[in-house]
Design a protein. Structure first.
Length: 226
C-alpha cells in the first residue's frame, strides 16, 4: 500500500470511513507516502503492518493472524498482483495470468461460504509501480533481439503514454465492494476490466477465440461417441 493501486485503494477506503490494515515491505516508505498524507481524523482507522510475501508460509500465517487480531476480523482482503515481485519483469505477464486463473478458481471454491471474489484486470495506469522499474535484459536470447528491443521500448513508454488514472480506478473498486456509487443497484461483477486499452485487448482476445471456435466448429462438435 506504499505506492500504485495499493496506495490509492487505502486512501479511498479510509475516506469512505472503512478501517484499513495497510501492508508494505518497508514501514518507513508506508509512513512517508500513506500515513503522513492522511487526514489526522482518519488515522485512527489505519493500521500499518510490515509484510514481505516472500518470507515463507510460517511467517505469513503469523502475519495473517496478527492482522486479524487488530480489529477482530477481516471483511475485505486485497491481493495486489504487483506484490508477486521479486519475480523478474519478463515473468510479469505469466505471473498475472497465473493470478487470473487462481482467482477464478478461488471464486468458485468460496462461493458456498458467501464469500465474493473480484478479479480486477487493469490496463496501463500511471503509477509508481512496475513500469518505473528497469526492463530486465540480463539474460538475452540472440534470436529474440528485435522482439526484445521493441518490447523494452514499449514498456518504457507506458509511463508516459498510459491513460489510466489509478485514483479513479480504485474509487471504482471501492464502489463495487461497498455497493455504492457506480455499483449501486448492479450485480457483483466477478471480473472488472479497467482502462480503455484493457477493454480493447479483452475484446480482441475474445474475438480471436470466437473466430477459432467458428473455424473449427465441425471438429469441435464432431468428436462425440457414435
Amino acid at each position: 500500500a506504499s505506492s500504485g493501486f495499493g496506495l490509492r485503494l487505502a486512501r479511498s477506503a479510509l475516506k469512505r470511513g472503512d478501517r484499513v490494515i495497510a501492508t508494505a515491505k518497508s514501514l518507513d516508505k508506508l509512513q512517508n507516502l500513506l500515513v503522513a498524507n492522511i487526514d489526522p481524523v482518519l488515522r485512527n482507522n489505519l493500521h500499518t503492518l510490515q509484510l514481505d510475501v516472500t518470507e515463507g508460509e510460517t511467517t505469513l500465517k503469523a502475519k495473517a493472524s496478527e492482522a486479524a487480531a487488530i480489529w477482530g476480523q477481516i471483511d475485505v482482503l486485497v491481493n495486489n498482483a504487483d506484490e508477486l515481485r521479486p519475480l523478474r519483469i519478463q515473468r510479469k505477464e505469466a505471473s498475472k495470468a497465473a493470478v487470473h486463473s487462481l482467482t477464478e478458481t478461488l471464486a468458485t471454491e468460496v462461493a458456498p461460504f458467501n464469500i465474493r471474489v473480484l478479479l480486477v484486470a487493469p490496463g496501463s495506469f500511471r503509477t509508481e509501480g512496475i513500469y518505473n522499474q528497469e526492463y530486465n535484459m540480463s539474460n538475452p536470447i540472440a534470436a529474440n533481439t528485435l522482439v526484445r528491443e521493441d518490447s523494452a521500448t514499449k514498456f518504457k513508454a507506458l509511463t508516459q503514454t498510459g491513460q489510466g488514472d489509478p485514483a479513479k480506478a480504485m474509487e471504482a473498486v471501492v464502489d463495487i465492494v461497498r455497493g455504492e456509487g457506480i455499483a449501486k443497484g448492479r450485480p457483483w461483477p466477478n471480473l472488472l476490466i479497467l482502462g480503455e486499452d484493457a477493454g480493447r485487448d479483452v475484446r480482441n482476445k475474445c474475438n480471436k477465440v470466437l473466430e477459432a471456435l467458428d473455424e473449427w466448429k465441425d471438429v469441435t462438435c464432431g468428436v462425440n461417441l457414435d
